[in-house]
Design a protein around this ligand. Structure first.
Ligand code: BGC
Length: 735
């Protein structure tokens, strides 16, 4: 066929009205023009996404993706980056295909691209929505300079499942906090003009409810009521879409018996019809093909038919669309108009990114060199990492003193690699300036002993560790999980610290020394034993490129810890799932001696560390709550105010949290549910009033008739520094 110059189409398009810049994926004249001249094969090519051979993020690879691009069979590539390589691939698409439609380049930029921030679960514990947005903005700028247009983030999967390795990629258990974070990340990635070369397209994933796999095993069955789904799982995806995200990734799991990949209720009824989503939906890695194994499609062709007809626009890595879509359209099993709609959505986003104006605008070796891993980016990563750490326990051991003889123990203390966590983008261990050990060495004389590795039963290092501890004035033990024990396909059936690390802590504690334990891990762990033994417990997650320094900043008091748990830490696996928005049941556990109440015989009902928990080196005191009125009605509101006092001797930041309970509802309501928070920084002796507005939206829920709204009645309002440490006051509402 004759090559149609893209420039000609652009000229025609330019004569038409200019499309708006806001990320709404309005229709673009260039897209209309293209659709008119595209062959069926060319249309299908735009729905195909293949991985390059640069990074492996799934079970299959595809030889010959360059030929696929050249033949117009593949319009989108992931796992290829750097200005040089993306330019090379883009040149093939633009110069060697008939229409010269530019490729879209995607990548998993999950918590940073080159400058790596803490894992997302860690960042969510900062409750610092602006800082999280900043991290996404920096990641976008670095990724875009390397030729990337599209990140597979934000990961909006709520999870109360610590066995699931991917809990590390999300924002924890709560839909309210998760929604604010999802929106912030979207804004950070996309900015307010997607064609700006410092921004990338966000991809809301994994839609939906991927964070609730049965038994915590990755990819496993998900089933929950529509009410539970809408109230506790869907809000973060919607928040990201409301913030302008223009792509969504369907999840691997089934929901109510239908794989998300071909779930029309999710992809059409909720996503497009209810939420007004205007972008495109991509499958997860071979997600279409996997519907055969699910037992939902008879073969890969059938899977492609089901997915396309359900509203799944782009096939990641499965080749189902590539191999069968032309035939499916020709045989009438898929309408051409359905395919056209998918292609239009994809091309609209390419237009929104400005790729039709200049397909190479993102490939900039110069920006790549100057905007990557800058001192500013690293400083932000260090600050955000410190702010993400949660001081779970402190018997006065922390902060440590600079200059004192310090024993540093644990294989993880010396690891730079583990600091980066899983899904570390293009982050490299060579860019990590210091391990925790290196960073401590800069402020104190150190005796290091490996003591124990994070896995295995080798106790040969115990003796050296004990002797280092005995002759030290202060002892730091770094333990946790190997970073590859979190992330995809990294479920665990045991959520205790692996190997002989806890045994080493037992021996160290037996010396009489108070041990400051630093934890590197990607999930809520059962820390019951460590909590008994340690003098202090600092949850540092996987803190990223600057994590070594960030840990030292907190340990030695240069940074006063302020993180609060975004996920509940159980006492043992048997309590799972455990979360702060539990219901009361008909037999709540009130009487210690009672038998027929909802409790365990062998463990308390309460978690080890509650949602919202996190200590500081200073103390915050809360006044009683005052209300502007003890009732409101209709469209009115009330204000709830507390005075928070910094009762200690150093500046600190406190996250003041507000929870609500609706005492009687047309469906039962949680005993406590997060509905607001505010971070305040107070100097020693300083106090501040913190107020929250409560209106009909604050108390709305999915009522028995499945409408969203408030119900008249009595409520309890709670404010405090943790879900298990609150003041309370009643109020009422009349419709
Ligand atoms: C993961 C996604 C990821 C994709 C592409 C899949 O295996 O589930 O989160 O975005 O691979 O790398």
């Amino acid at each position: 066929m004759k090559k149609v110059a893209l420039a000609t189409l652009l000229l025609v398009a330019a004569a038409c009205t200019q499309a708006p810049k806001a990320p709404t994926a309005k229709s673009y004249p260039i897209v209309d023009s293209l659709l008119k001249v595209m062959t069926l094969e060319e249309k299908v090519g735009q729905t195909v996404l293949f991985t390059s051979d640069w990074t492996v993020t799934g079970p299959t690879m595809r030889e010959g993706y360059l030929d696929d691009i050249r033949a117009g069979r593949c319009g989108n590539i992931f796992n290829a980056y750097t200005a040089g390589y993306t330019r090379k691939l883009q040149e093939i698409a633009v110069n060697e295909t008939r229409l010269g439609i530019p490729l879209l380049f995607g990548y998993d930029v999950i918590h940073g691209f080159r400058t790596i921030f803490p894992i997302n679960l860690g960042m969510s514990c900062s409750w610092d929505v602006e800082a999280i947005e900043e991290s996404a903005r920096i990641a976008a700028r670095e990724a875009a300079a390397a030729g990337l247009h599209w990140t597979y983030s934000p990961m909006c999967d709520i999870s109360v499942e610590p066995r699931w390795g991917r809990i590390s990629e999300g924002a924890g258990e709560d839909a309210f906090l998760g929604s604010l974070i999802a929106a912030a990340m979207t804004r950070g990635y996309q900015g307010d003009d997607l064609s700006d070369v410092g921004t990338v397209l966000a991809c809301v994933k994994h839609y939906a409810a991927y964070g609730a796999p049965q038994a915590g095993r990755d990819y496993n069955t998900v089933d929950m009521s529509e009410r539970w789904l809408r109230e506790f799982y869907l809000p973060p995806y919607k928040a990201a879409i409301d913030a302008g995200a223009l792509s969504v990734m369907a999840s691997f799991n089934e929901l109510d018996g239908v794989p998300a990949t071909a779930n029309r209720h999710l992809l059409q009824d909720i996503l497009r019809d209810e939420w007004g989503f205007r972008g495109f939906v991509v499958s997860d890695y071979t997600g279409i093909n996997e519907m055969v194994m699910h037992g939902y499609a008879s073969d890969v062709e059938d899977a492609g038919r089901l997915a396309m007809n359900a509203g799944l626009d782009m096939d990641m890595q499965g080749a189902s669309y590539m191999d069968y879509m032309v035939g499916l359209v020709r045989s009438g099993k898929v309408r051409e108009s359905t395919l056209d709609e998918a292609v239009r959505r994809i091309l609209n986003v390419k237009a929104e990114l400005g790729l039709f104006d200049d397909p190479f605008r993102y490939c900039s070796a110069e920006r790549e060199a100057t905007e990557t891993l800058t001192e500013d980016n690293k400083a932000a990563a260090r600050r955000i990492a410190s702010g993400s750490m949660v001081l779970l326990k402190n018997d006065g051991v922390l902060p440590l003193q600079k200059g004192k003889r310090t024993a540093v123990i644990g294989a993880l203390a010396a690891s730079k690699d583990d600091l980066l966590g899983s899904w570390r983008g293009a982050g490299e261990v060579e860019s990590v300036p210091a391990s925790i050990l290196d960073a401590i060495r800069e402020v104190a004389p150190v005796a290091y002993a490996e003591g124990a590795k994070e896995m295995g039963d080798d106790r040969s290092g115990f003796a050296a560790a004990l002797s280092a501890a005995r002759s030290a004035e202060q002892v730091v033990l770094v333990i946790g999980e190997d970073c590859q024990w979190s992330g995809e396909a990294a479920s665990r059936s045991d959520i205790r610290i692996p190997g002989v690390q806890t045994e080493l802590l037992e021996k160290l504690a037996a010396t009489g020394k108070k041990v400051a334990v630093v934890l590197l891990n990607g999930r809520p762990l059962d820390l019951s034993r460590e909590n008994e033994l340690a003098g202090a417990l600092l949850e540092a997650w996987y803190p990223g490129t600057m994590g070594g320094y960030a840990v030292a900043d907190v340990l030695f008091g240069d940074f006063n810890p302020c993180g609060k748990l975004s996920v509940t830490f159980p006492r043992c696996l048997g309590q799972v799932p455990i979360y702060h928005y539990a219901k009361n049941t008909g037999r709540p556990y009130i009487h210690p001696e009672a038998k027929y109440e909802s409790r365990y015989l062998d463990v308390a009902n309460e978690p080890l560390f509650a949602f919202g928990h996190g200590l500081s080196y200073t103390d915050f005191e809360y006044s009683a709550i005052s209300l502007s009125s003890d009732s409101f009605s209709g469209g009115g509101s009330i204000r709830a105010t507390v005075t928070v006092l910094n009762n200690g001797s150093r500046e600190g930041t406190e996250t003041v949290q507000m929870y609500i309970r609706d005492l009687v509802g047309s469906v039962t309501r949680p005993v406590k549910q997060l509905k607001g928070f505010e971070r305040v920084t107070l100097g020693p002796g300083e106090s501040k009033e913190v107020s929250f507005t409560i209106d009909a939206e604050t108390i709305s829920f999915w009522r028995q008739d499945m409408t969203w709204g408030p119900e008249s009645g009595d409520f309890m309002l709670f404010i405090g520094g943790s879900s298990d440490d609150v003041k309370e006051i009643p109020f009422s509402y009349a419709e």
